[in-house]
Design a protein around this ligand. Structure first.
Ligand code: 6PG
Length: 246
């Protein structure tokens, strides 16, 4: 448990860099979450002592999800990552794989993004993506990415990317159509790290960690990656309802 978000973000940045340093081969594929917590990690990664420890030329960036808004919209997860990290480190632009939230047809973009992921990683049919590191956030309703409680998207097993219509399921602001990786894609990661801060997440964190795993009711509990269970980096406020919390 971390005292505050600064400590939590530094831990997440260290894990990202350590995974990059440990990875072998020509590329390091990461999946970035949206939301307001993760940018604290992105800003640290763009600065010393972290930035120079990563060979950014090897890095490929994917997203867990995106709001269906233009890329320069303040609600865009791409825009948040661009401002905090991508504009500040030398990742080749063709290795930044943005979900095109501006497409007025989210289902069409979900198909395109899935095809791009399969082609770029040369995935065989049925083969999960090979992400080296996934940074994830937890919603106050225990959602992950844009996999919201009660959504039928959680049950999709043959898709890597799906569109979530805002009228289909209850979702927190911004209430807009979304694009999201599915569990089939997210669980292809070799390592996954949740960053969770604030007392607004305490009930969701307790449910995700202490109630029976249920990817429909508590989507974050459905994260079980190839490399094992995710790491949970939480601050004291978010952990306040966990059993044993002082
Ligand atoms: C999004 C995110 C979402 C986020 C959680 C936590 O598009 O909003 O991808 O899954 O990670 O909702 O968000 P906060 O960090 O803002 O609490």
């Amino acid at each position: 448990m971390h005292a505050d978000i600064e400590s939590l973000a530094a831990d997440a940045a260290e894990r990202f860099v350590a995974a990059a340093e440990a990875s072998r081969g020509p590329r390091f594929d990461v999946v970035l979450t949206g939301g307001s917590t993760a940018p604290a990690v992105y800003r640290l990664l763009a600065e010393e002592p972290f930035a120079s420890r990563v060979d950014w030329r090897r890095v490929h960036v994917w997203w867990t999800d995106e709001r269906c808004v233009p890329p320069d919209d303040p609600r865009s997860n791409y825009d948040a990552a661009r401002e905090a990290l991508l504009d500040r480190v030398p990742i080749p632009c063709e290795q930044i794989h943005r979900m095109r939230g501006e497409d007025p047809n989210p289902e069409r973009e979900a198909v395109r993004y899935e095809a791009a992921l399969r082609a770029d990683q040369a995935l065989a049919r049925g083969e999960p993506p090979s992400f080296d590191f996934a940074l994830l956030g937890l919603g106050g309703d225990a959602h992950v990415a844009s996999l919201f409680p009660g959504s039928s998207t959680a049950a999709l097993s043959d898709r890597l990317v799906a569109a979530v219509r805002s009228g289909e399921v209850a979702m927190p602001d911004p209430v807009v159509d979304r694009l999201t990786l599915t569990f089939s894609a997210l669980n292809g990661a070799r390592a996954a790290v949740f960053v969770v801060a604030g007392d607004g997440k305490a009930a969701a964190l307790r449910a995700a960690l202490e109630e029976p795993a249920d990817p429909v009711l508590r989507p974050a509990s459905g994260i079980r990656t190839a490399g094992g269970p995710p790491a949970w980096l939480v601050d004291r406020a978010a952990a306040s309802l966990l059993s044993g919390a002082g």
